[in-house]
Write a new protein. Structure first.
Length: 277
């Protein structure tokens, strides 16, 4: 199935491919380079990294190695909480671009509304980078609905996306609705709940019905919800399995069954998370 799919089979959310490669914890440089190159040559066109991951240079190397034009790759990174004062935003973003080996990124996120984050000051610096052509889109990550609304209000440039943990075991319906009302895309990280989706009977039943994996079902469900998924994968087999989710078409019964999962399991839950304040 996967081999028949091409980049054209990836739906777009306002110019952002709705399936990407996540690189969190992919901190072995050679493994990271290879994963990025493998994914791009398979057909992926969206790669997500962050300053705190410590792998921007390896991600950049993987993009350079791949037989894919840079302009065809949607590249996103994130500014860490220590670097959200305006001067630090500008300085560390230039360092990120340097490590990535690019002149600009397609999307730059505020990684968490924590640390040095101040909506007006931080997003003012992001707007300067946007005006200077160093970033094409501004994003936020791990923001609650009211924080997204504030960001939209104070930013001159549009807030393009909110990247949050999102999977069948943490469905974030209220947040998705709020972002839709604000015209903000939702990007889901840890879309496989760190592997927990393989142990959910509802997902196993749907997977068996379609002859696919629970991971593919989860990613297809996210797509049905209008969520862009960025599953982390390092091995070619996992990268390919996630890619194959593009060929999975869930019916209304499948979607309703997954919607009915009532478990709420948050896998990323730092003390500074806004829901813990």
């Amino acid at each position: 199935m996967a081999s028949e799919l091409s980049p054209d089979d990836v739906p777009s959310a306002n110019g952002m491919p709705m399936l990407g490669l996540g690189t969190w914890q992919n901190d072995d440089p050679e493994e990271c380079r290879t994963a990025v190159q493998t994914a791009l040559e398979m057909g992926y066109r969206h790669v997500d990294t962050a300053q705190i991951y410590g792998n921007e240079a390896a991600v950049g190397d993987g993009i350079e190695r791949a037989d894919v034009d840079r302009e065809d790759v949607f590249l996103a990174t994130k500014v860490w909480t220590d670097n959200l004062a305006p001067e630090d935003v500008r300085e560390t973003t230039e360092e990120s671009l340097d490590r990535l080996g690019v002149d600009s990124v397609d999307l730059l996120y505020v990684h968490w509304p924590a640390g040095e984050y101040d909506a007006e000051a931080t997003l003012g610096a992001f707007n300067e980078l946007y005006d200077d052509g160093r970033i094409d889109r501004i994003g936020v990550s791990n923001f609650l609905p009211e924080q997204v609304e504030t960001a939209v209000d104070v930013s001159d440039a549009p807030i393009f996306a909110n990247q949050v943990e999102l999977h069948p075991l943490l469905q974030q319906e209220a947040l998705r609705e709020a972002c839709a009302d604000l015209g903000v895309e939702v990007v889901g990280y840890s879309p496989l709940a760190r592997g927990d989706v393989f142990d959910v009977p509802v997902l196993s039943e749907v997977a068996e019905k379609h002859g696919v994996s629970e991971a593919q079902v989860s990613l297809a469900w996210l797509r049905e919800k209008g969520v862009t998924a960025i599953p982390k994968a390092t091995s070619e087999s996992h990268i390919r399995d996630n890619w194959g989710s593009l060929g999975v078409d869930l019916d209304d019964e499948d979607v309703a069954a997954i919607d009915g999962i009532e478990t709420e399991t948050r896998k990323v839950d730092p003390d500074f998370g806004p829901w813990n304040q």
